[in-house]
Design a protein. Structure first.
Length: 423
């Protein structure tokens, strides 16, 4: 259990950091202020500030985010009547505004806020030391910080560094940069795995046979043989072969096998093995590996392409066919799958990391408001209309998407708990 928890945190952490760093890097290059880069959700554990960005580690290792200036999730309004403390430099410019009572080390001028503008005119008006006989106005520095209610210090967000101030191409790149990074991470991990395993599977029908406990070996199939068909159904690649074998659990099948230059008929009965909540057939074979240096170098790209094709095919089947919550998995399913992956050692965990990273990339490209694909769709609509959708429309669409995702996550999580723990 401890190993699974550690592996879960590491895998999830690498994927989240990679995804969010893509958004962060693209935003910085586009002149957009990233106010906060958070790893984890919930209460903060600690933070530090570097290059105008607050990097935060939070308690729950389930996700993360980058908070860009002026983005829909960014809100820094200081309401009238709020007591704050101000730090002022030698030029009488406010360099920091403390709105929290958690930062006891903050020493500044006590002010009761009447009015603020931290985006355009950059000022704060209020009563100093509770003296309501004199309303004072303080100029705020462009790079001033604000200590929020939870004690986290972030930079204010003047309009010139806000997300909407960037050009449309820069905003589009920023929106998809996280997905791009997940693809890069997947390719990198699969490339490393290709060298670790001594070769790469190329989705052919050529197979290797397990040395022990193999129905295929017992039936006379050898390493390097090709399985051309299963019960008369052609199997030109590994995906078709695996699907046809898995669907025949406990049932006798007839295989057409090419061994060298000869072709022969082989009959066998796949063993029944439980995989999750399903029963599948196995005959003790694995994909044949191409051990050439070229295959290893290109392995990250070929495996990412092949896995992407399978995931997109499965996604399309869900859309056009019979949809089931069992086809989806939330944090509980990911944790359960992590447990299975750890049994395969480092290679198993790395494959799971690549698989999960690619899943996140593809799911995030779905044009649902709230996901990166939804944001990109709004960018495309803006390019066609030559003006952005109204702020109200974007807010409503984002809210609808958020509610949909939350409801779906609750249903998926409950379904996962039922599948893995209640049965």
């Amino acid at each position: 259990m401890i190993t699974t928890i550690i592996a879960f945190i590491i895998v999830f952490g690498i994927i989240v950091i990679s995804h969010e760093f893509g958004h962060y890097y693209a935003a910085k290059k586009s002149g957009i202020l990233v106010r906060e880069f958070s790893v984890g959700m919930g209460p903060k554990l600690f933070y530090f500030i570097r290059n105008h960005t607050t990097f935060t580690l939070r308690l729950l290792p389930l996700g993360g985010y980058v908070r860009m200036a002026g983005d829909a999730d960014d809100d820094e309004e200081i309401k009238p009547g709020t007591p704050v403390s101000l730090k002022v430099n030698d030029d009488n410019l406010v360099t920091s505004i403390n709105t929290s009572n958690k930062n006891s080390l903050f020493q500044g001028i006590p002010v009761t806020v009447v009015k603020t503008d931290l985006e355009k005119d950059l000022f704060l008006e209020g009563y100093e030391n509770g003296d309501e006989s004199e309303l004072k106005r303080y100029a705020v520095a462009h790079d001033a910080t604000i200590v929020e209610s939870d004690g986290t210090e972030v930079q204010i967000a003047p309009v010139d560094v806000q997300f909407q101030s960037a050009s449309l191409p820069h905003r589009m790149i920023t929106n998809v940069a996280g997905v791009f990074n997940n693809f890069i991470l997947t390719i990198l991990v699969f490339t490393i795995l290709s060298f670790m395993q001594g070769g790469v599977a190329n989705n052919s029908n050529r197979v290797n046979v397990a040395p022990t406990d193999s129905v295929a070996r017992d039936a006379g199939i050898k390493n390097g043989d090709k399985i051309l068909s299963v019960n008369g159904v052609d199997t030109p690649n590994w995906n078709d072969l695996a699907t046809n074998i898995q669907n025949k659990a406990g049932k006798k099948v007839n295989l057409e096998v090419q061994s060298g230059q000869k072709t022969k008929k082989v009959s066998l009965t796949p063993k029944t093995v439980k995989s999750g909540d399903k029963k599948v057939g196995v005959i003790g074979i694995t994909e044949h590996l191409d051990t050439s240096f070229k295959a290893k170098i290109l392995g990250g790209f070929t495996q990412t392409y092949n896995l992407s094709a399978r995931l997109l095919s499965a996604l399309w089947s869900m859309i056009t066919g019979h949809f089931s919550l069992n086809d989806l998995g939330g944090p509980v399913a990911i944790f359960a799958t992590t447990s299975q992956a750890t049994r395969g050692g480092i290679a198993g965990v790395m494959y799971f990391l690549a698989f999960l990273s690619l899943n996140l990339a593809i799911i995030n490209l779905i044009p649902i408001p709230g996901l990166d694909g939804g944001k990109l769709l709004l960018n495309i609509i803006e390019a066609i209309r030559r003006k952005p959708v109204s702020e109200r429309t974007e807010t409503v669409l984002t809210l609808i998407g958020f509610v949909f995702l939350v409801v779906l996550m609750v249903l998926v999580t409950w379904n996962d708990i039922s599948r893995y723990f209640l049965h």
